[in-house]
Design a protein around this ligand. Structure first.
Ligand code: FEO
Ligand code: CA
Ligand code: CA
Ligand code: CA
Length: 518
């Protein structure tokens, strides 16, 4: 069949596990519990295992009804909150991608693809605190999906390849929250859905489109995706910001600079790709401004702007093309190639910018590191900076493949890691067990060290770390448990139902958490 994900190997490749053979897949580690009483971590149990002093409860899972027409999407990722009162929140949750084994079916039929389109994008949910616990309010009128079939305009009336309004959002990985209270969602691996333009031939390369949605919806061009989407928490109204450039946006981390401008940091999670920042001319919108790309060797932010960087005129005719093919523009300017920049977070005390460089196996970097950027005068609109490695992954530090992060208000860094499912438990990752949750304290005898406090179910990754306004609860996405399942009747994980694995948002609480966040 031309239009199907023909083999398990295709889907594994879609997930980024290209070097794995089918025989290796069948040798994946089983979920034998290995918990040592004296030390719970690393851990390989098919469960959310937490350090003493922490516990969790579920908030919502894939498939739960959020209103009469929509269910909570698949593979929940980034979480952001809008506080309505001390006990009432609007929560935004990204849904990054779907696993057809569980969600639809491997055949590339319109029916299967339409199911998948209804399960990616993001969800707005109302949560209320009752008896000390946050609960999803199923009847709330705030509950709604923004999905791969939702019509979304480009901001500022911009047209991309003739379209001002495009179909949907997808690949929604990490994100941010603006100072004016809206949510930002980063469209990351958009090429897995509708392919990617080959800039040499001008054609769409569909080999990279493992979900093959273009086979049913060829009008949805690759250039419609790979943007940052801004979502209004109350109405769900969304717009795509071309100003922030197009690439595999992992995050969209905002801060107001000393000269009162909104600055948005974003990493491009691909081998040898760049870190970007957008400096808005305003502190209350993203309508006008300049996108920059980082050159670490010189400590400079280089403008991706035809007028400010005339070198770009050798390749590009228009500014919108510079933004649409930002990777090419960054390459022309000599931006620094990095090992897959993932989440970006800003230390609330020092104002330093932290970037997870998760790994780059082709270059022998298996464990990744966290990069620290200190902007000149701690001003985020500065065009110069210094950088250093904050911490490197590996057996010495106790974690590998850093990914999502969040700072608590005291400057402690909460970190999760993402070793791909097929590599967990195998060399060079044998020391690490399942993916985990770590704290890197800002002060005290363990300052700067990674302490593991949580372990994810089999083949899952924790993502979307987000504290509630009181700092009493850490919301976490448990993404892709049982990801390598071939037959949904024989899942490799059964978390959390005991039968079928389900991506789920959980809430972590307890005295150990409050020891850091109070
Ligand atoms: Fe969706 Fe780069 O993680
Ligand atoms: Ca990530
Ligand atoms: Ca990752
Ligand atoms: Ca992920």
């Amino acid at each position: 069949m031309e239009n199907s994900i023909k083999t398990r190997r295709d889907f594994i490749r879609f997930l980024g596990y290209s070097s794995l053979t089918l025989s290796q897949i069948s040798l994946l580690p089983s979920c034998t519990p290995k918990t040592k009483k004296e030390n719970k971590f690393p851990n390989t149990q098919d469960d959310v295992v937490l350090a003493d002093g922490l516990s969790y409860y579920p908030i919502i899972s894939w498939g739960d009804q959020i209103n009469k027409k929509e269910v909570f999407g698949f593979n929940n990722d980034f979480i952001a909150l809008h506080s309505l009162s001390a006990d009432k929140l609007i929560m935004w949750v990204n849904h990054e991608y779907v696993n057809p084994v569980f969600a639809s079916g491997m055949e590339r039929t319109k029916a299967n693809i339409d199911i998948e389109k209804s399960l990616v994008g993001g969800s707005l949910l109302e949560l209320r605190k009752q008896d000390g616990k946050w609960k999803f309010v199923q009847k709330s009128t705030f509950n709604r999906g923004v999905r791969a079939h939702t019509k979304i305009p480009f901001a500022n009336g911009v047209k991309i390849k003739g379209s001002q309004i495009v179909e949907g959002t997808l690949g929604n990985c990490a994100g941010g929250k603006t100072p004016w209270g809206t949510f930002l969602s980063g469209e990351e691996n958009y090429d897995s859905f509708y392919g990617e333009r080959d800039l040499q031939t001008g054609e769409v390369n569909t080999k990279v489109s493992y979900l093959k949605w273009e086979s049913i919806y060829p009008q949805n061009l690759p250039e419609h995706y790979g943007w940052v989407v801004e979502i209004d928490p109350f109405s769900g109204k969304a717009q795509k910001h071309t100003n922030l450039g197009r690439f595999a946006h992992e995050s969209a981390t905002t801060i107001i600079s000393k000269d009162n401008k909104c600055v948005v940091y974003s990493g491009d999670d691909k081998n040898d790709q760049f870190i970007y920042k957008f400096i808005s001319e305003s502190h209350k919108n993203l309508k006008k401004g300049t996108l920059y790309v980082a050159q670490l060797e010189t400590g400079k932010w280089l403008p991706l702007d035809l007028e400010k960087s005339p070198k770009l005129k050798t390749y590009f005719k228009s500014q919108i093309d510079v933004l649409t093919y930002a990777r090419k523009a960054g390459e022309i300017l000599g931006a620094t190639k990095l090992h897959r920049p993932e989440d970006i977070e800003i230390n609330p005390i020092t104002k330093d910018v932290f970037i997870s460089l998760t790994n780059q196996k082709k270059k022998g970097d298996f464990h990744g590191s966290i990069l620290k950027i200190s902007e000149t005068d701690a001003n985020h609109s500065s065009l110069t900076f210094k950088h250093e490695t904050f911490i490197a992954g590996g057996e010495n530090s106790g974690f590998s493949c850093p990914d999502n992060m969040v700072f608590d208000k005291n400057g402690n860094l909460w970190l999760v890691n993402d070793i791909t499912g097929n590599a967990i438990g195998k060399a060079p990752y044998t020391a690490f067990g399942n993916n985990g949750l770590f704290i890197i304290p800002a002060k005290g005898p363990d300052a700067g060290k990674a302490i593991q406090v949580g372990s994810a179910p089999v083949e899952a990754e924790f993502t979307g770390l987000c504290f509630d306004p009181a700092g009493e609860t850490l919301f976490v996405s448990v993404q892709h448990p049982g990801e390598l399942t071939k037959d949904k009747n024989k899942p490799t994980s059964t978390w959390p139902t005991g039968k079928m694995p389900k991506p789920t948002v959980i809430a972590i609480t307890g005295p150990l958490l409050e020891k850091y966040t109070r």
